[in-house]
Write a protein that binds this ligand. Structure first.
Ligand code: KIV
Length: 276
């Protein structure tokens, strides 16, 4: 591609066509600068409803609103040139009826410019996914551990061991049949995730679901190590930015207290020096 020709953005059919080929790389982002960093290396940039916990300090994703998803969605779309932005539908915005889901999905797409949405749920959301996909809303599904159902699941547990495996397989098959272009498998045992990946014709994107999935997703703040107190087993920390930020802020505070910051090079002289 020449320097002047625009980069063609990734769209849902491109993601679907990647089934069984090079692994899909997905990270979350909630702001323009982080979306730019993610865009350079990833296929999809997910505006997850994890934004509520990561950015807004909420105890779960249940308090996330349409307004929050639109605000962060717009910021991310501005930063994504090539990777495909996908916006999470927040809790309460799609479960009531397919019509409610369509209204809110259309609003997310129209007001952010993102070409796709993600929603949680398997068999019980299949009718809604079919309704949306038939009306021009590409849907990424999300089964296994569905964090919006944390209170009915009884915690952020692995979902799909022993007797639960067939239910997770049925959920994955249902969202595929309903027209989802990809499905996130969260905290699903690795053997089951592998069997689901083999059984489906759409890409599976794992988070805590082992290496057999067609792609992987992580929350960007987790993999960058921005939190010092949150270390789930499925997150590999590729950096320790939380520690680096803590050290930088401590150094700044010490220098301000010692009056060694700002130094002359950070200050403006009263008279502009004459250039020789
Ligand atoms: O909200 C989110 O960030 C997600 C990913 C973890 C899959 O749904």
């Amino acid at each position: 591609m020449s320097a002047t020709s625009p980069v063609r953005p990734v769209l849902p059919p491109d993601i679907r066509a990647r089934k069984g080929s090079a692994p899909l790389v997905v990270l979350t982002a909630y702001s323009t600068p982080v979306a730019r960093l993610v865009d350079a290396h990833c296929d999809i940039v997910l505006v997850g409803d994890s934004v509520g916990m990561v950015i807004h300090g909420l105890p779960s994703t249940l308090g996330v609103t349409m307004e929050m998803m639109i605000l962060h969605g717009r910021a991310v779309v501005r930063g994504a040139q090539k990777a495909m932005p996908v916006i999470d539908m927040p809790f309460g915005s799609y479960e009531e009826s397919p019509e409610q889901a369509f209204r809110n999905a259309a609003r997310l797409m129209a007001e952010t410019g993102a070409p796709a949405v993600k929603l949680e749920g398997g068999v019980h959301m299949a009718e809604t996914i079919a309704f949306l996909t038939a009306r021009g809303v590409p849907v990424m599904a999300h089964v296994g551990l569905t964090p919006q159902a944390v209170n009915t699941l009884g915690g952020y547990k692995v979902v799909g061991r022993e007797g639960e495996a067939e239910k997770v397989m049925a959920d994955a098959r249902a969202v595929e049949a309903a027209g989802a272009f990809a499905v996130v498998l969260e905290k699903v045992p690795e053997g089951l995730a592998g069997r689901i990946t083999e059984a489906l014709s759409i890409p599976t994107i794992g988070i805590g679901a082992g290496v057999a999935c067609d792609g992987q997703v992580l929350v960007v703040d987790d993999m960058l190590g921005l939190f010092t107190d949150f270390r789930p087993k499925f997150v590999k920390r590729y950096a320790e930015l939380g520690k680096a930020a803590d050290e930088a802020i401590a150094a700044y505070a010490a220098e301000v207290r010692a009056r060694s910051f700002p130094a002359a090079e950070h200050s403006f002289p009263d008279v502009v020096p004459v250039k020789k």
